[in-house]
Design a protein around this ligand. Structure first.
Ligand code: BTN
Length: 327
């Protein structure tokens, strides 16, 4: 049995016995290894932050689990059928989106997720960095393989935004809004952002990576100065920390539900839910896209997620990608 599988089995046994001891003998029997091997694995788990009491007479007892997002922690109460059932977990990585992309290229299945406690090169939209300090927030990338043409891919971005906003609401009791195309705001500050990347040919998507960054337990003071007035976290808004594990479990469940709705009913229910959280209709906005900056009044979001803008000269423009500022 590989070390990480053994670690998982030991944790399962310890958790099954709740606050009681599991004898060393039972562990050896179950894992079919020697006492020394079990002892080594206990040492490795302690190094990962698990507090495990050990007594030569009674065995081992789990006193406290660390606040980590590994499959060992997230798996047991995860109520999804397939989303996030396989988690690739890292303490540190360059970017979960880049890792998920590479895994998808190598054939990873729909629903596989990459989670990292911190990212060294966390990526935001439009080439910006994403602040990803260790063990505080959520950095999640999920692989999807939808049978849709690439033109519809932005509906999945709207879907991820709706799922994230709903989860934020469930956890905070506050009412988040969505700023086009996919920023989740609480009290007008950004609490979560999405970076979705696709790999496709002209009329077929090979895979989509849904990348979600949610500021959960970070202190406002910890934010870099440039974004301090624009960003927030759930902890900051609620005045207390949230369980990152439960947040993740709920988000995966919410995503699975919305994706199933999308597969059965198409984009209409997603657009409806997205519009209900958006405050954009009728607002004066400045849009910065790759090519240009436009000023106008936002009329709506089109059925494919594009922003429809009435420009100052009275014309209508569809903007597929960009950033907006309310004026
Ligand atoms: C944005 O609002 O600019 C998008 C931010 C997206 C950040 C997430 S964190 C997990 C995933 N991995 C990345 O490198 N980026 C996304």
């Amino acid at each position: 049995m590989r070390n990480h599988v053994m670690n998982g089995e030991i944790l399962r046994l310890l958790k099954e016995h709740r606050s009681n001891f599991v004898s060393g003998e039972e562990m050896c029997r179950h894992l079919k290894v020697t006492r020394t091997a079990v002892w080594k694995r206990i040492g490795a788990l302690r190094a990962l932050g698990y507090e495990i009491e050990a007594s030569p007479r009674t065995g081992y007892r789990l006193v406290r689990s660390p606040d980590v997002l590994s499959l060992w922690e997230v798996g047991p109460n995860l109520k999804t059928k397939w989303m996030g059932k396989k988690i690739h977990y890292y303490q540190a990585i360059d970017s979960t989106n880049s890792a998920a992309y590479q895994m998808a290229l190598r054939g990873a299945d729909e629903g596989e997720a990459v989670i990292a406690e911190s990212q060294e090169k966390g990526r935001g939209r439009l080439g910006r960095p994403w602040f990803s300090p260790p063990f505080l927030n959520l950095h999640l990338s999920v692989i999807l393989r939808p049978k849709i043409p690439p033109q519809q891919a932005s509906l999945l971005t709207l879907m991820a935004a709706v799922a994230t906003a709903n989860t934020v609401e469930r956890f905070s009791g506050l009412c988040p809004s969505i700023k086009w195309p996919n920023d989740i705001l609480l009290n007008n500050r950004k609490v979560a952002g999405l970076l979705n990347e696709i790999h496709s040919e002209t009329d077929r998507i090979h895979f989509v990576i849904l990348g979600m960054g949610v500021n959960l337990n970070m202190d406002g003071k910890a934010l870099p100065k440039e974004i301090r007035t624009k960003a927030t976290s759930l902890k900051e808004e609620m005045g207390r920390p949230v369980s990152r594990k439960e947040f993740l479990q709920s988000l995966l469940k919410e995503l699975e539900g919305w994706y199933s709705t999308f597969s059965k009913k198409g984009g209409a229910p997603i657009l409806k839910a997205w519009r209900a959280r958006s405050r954009i209709k009728g607002k004066k906005v400045r849009v910065t896209s790759f090519r240009e900056t436009l000023v106008g009044v936002a009329i709506d979001v089109d059925t494919d997620g594009a922003l429809i803008l009435k420009t100052r000269t009275g014309g209508r423009r569809r903007i597929v990608a960009g950033d907006i500022e309310y004026r």
